[in-house]
Design a protein around this ligand. Structure first.
Ligand code: FMN
Length: 355
């Protein structure tokens, strides 16, 4: 039951993907440790410069000869009025004051160029490329496939999955509403696309003919087996690896992940302008009272960056973004290999006991 088609296609041992987690957690060490343990490690490269992506890929290759993946964000650059941006910056000055940092800093560039990032992924011929927030052009998908890369898109609804299949991807990550981090939703509003994983996976499986990877709230062998039973070909686990030894998450963030419960998270656009699930903080609660429009992603993301960075230096979790899914109580601080081995061991035990 654990030997699904996708694992022979990708040449991995177990149907476990470690979720790409941009912003620090998915270090080359974590990606390589997961791949070395028989899963598929994935680098969250959305915030990295093209040069940083190349360096990280080389580092991963130096640590493992197993397959691994690289993940990027695909989105349209939004426009926002000067007034909305200035109003937000004035509001954020309160937090800057609390943290003792410069008021109204000049805004850095909103994001790295996707075209330049993907060029590196194509040139480096990475084994797996996954993306979220939208769909790259047909040219890009075809170039990746021509260079031998297995391409995976992210869907939060059946309609999104069907459109992704038409775009030519090789597999789809079905992201349930339990999932930590940003919502991959690209067709409707994120609030209209919050489908629990147990409902989402079989419905996507029934409507596409390519493999589906279940993601959201899966923390152990029980979640793995349940997902395979629903028709998934593999699982993608994020929160389960957040506090592990090789994760690059900030120690304060890891501590929160290890101590928070299933009811601690909320979906918010306060930090980045895009809906994402994370542990509730004072910053999120305050921003719910913001008297205006929160600028869209990635504008709000760069506008709050100085605050999040200063909070990390001050070890103040209340102003940091603590993305995490609803499986929090099941998180641990073991090594990545132990998490993979324990997950497989638990799934095997359940199979021998019950089937
Ligand atoms: C800290 C964090 C960062 C994330 N960053 C990304 C990312 O860069 N790209 C992506 O496709 N998904 C990202 N995700 C979402 C994961 O791919 C996945 O859907 C999610 O982790 C699954 O839910 P779980 O955390 O409950 O396992 C992130 C999730 C977390 C928790």
């Amino acid at each position: 039951m654990l030997k699904t088609l996708i694992i022979s296609k990708l040449n991995i041992t177990y149907p476990i993907f470690q979720a790409p987690m941009a912003g620090g957690p998915t270090t080359p060490e974590l990606v390589a440790a997961v791949s070395n343990a028989g899963g598929l490690g994935n680098l969250g490269a959305g915030y990295l410069t093209p040069e940083q992506i190349r360096i990280a890929i080389n580092k991963i290759r130096g640590l493992t000869d197993r397959p691994f993946g690289v993940n990027l964000f695909v989105f349209e650059q939004p426009e926002e009025s000067k007034e909305t941006i200035e109003k937000m910056s004035d509001y954020l000055n309160y937090y800057r004051n609390e943290l003792g940092i410069v008021q109204n800093p000049s805004l850095p560039k909103y994001s790295e160029s996707f075209e330049e990032q993907i060029q590196v992924v194509i040139e480096e011929r990475v084994p797996v490329f996954s993306f979220t927030f939208g769909i790259p052009s047909n040219n890009i998908i075809q170039s990746l496939k021509k260079s031998g890369t297995f391409v995976i898109g992210t869907a939060t609804t059946v309609d999104e999955a069907m459109i992704l299949e038409l775009s030519g991807v090789d597999a789809i990550v079905a992201q349930g509403s339990e999932a930590g981090g940003h919502r991959g939703t690209f067709l409707k509003n994120a609030s209209e696309s919050l489908i629990g994983l147990i409902a989402l996976v079989p419905q996507i499986v029934d409507h596409v003919s390519i493999p589906v990877i279940a993601s959201g709230g899966i923390m152990d062998g029980r979640g793995l087996l349940a997902s395979l039973t629903l028709g998934a070909a593999a699982v993608q686990m994020g929160t389960a690896f957040l506090a592990c030894t090789e994760s690059g998450a900030h120690p304060t963030y890891k501590q929160k992940v290890l101590s928070a419960n299933e009811d601690a998270t909320i979906i918010t656009n306060a930090y980045s302008g895009k809906a994402a699930r994370g542990i509730n903080t004072e910053f999120i609660r305050d921003m719910q009272l913001y008297p205006g429009n929160i600028p869209p992603y990635p504008i709000q993301h760069v506008m709050t960056r100085d605050i999040r960075q200063a909070a990390a230096i001050a070890k103040d979790p209340e102003f940091m973004s603590l993305w995490a899914g609803q499986g929090l109580r099941l998180a641990n601080d073991h090594s990545a290999a132990t998490i993979i081995n324990d997950t497989i061991e638990q799934a095997r035990k359940i199979i021998t006991m019950r089937f």
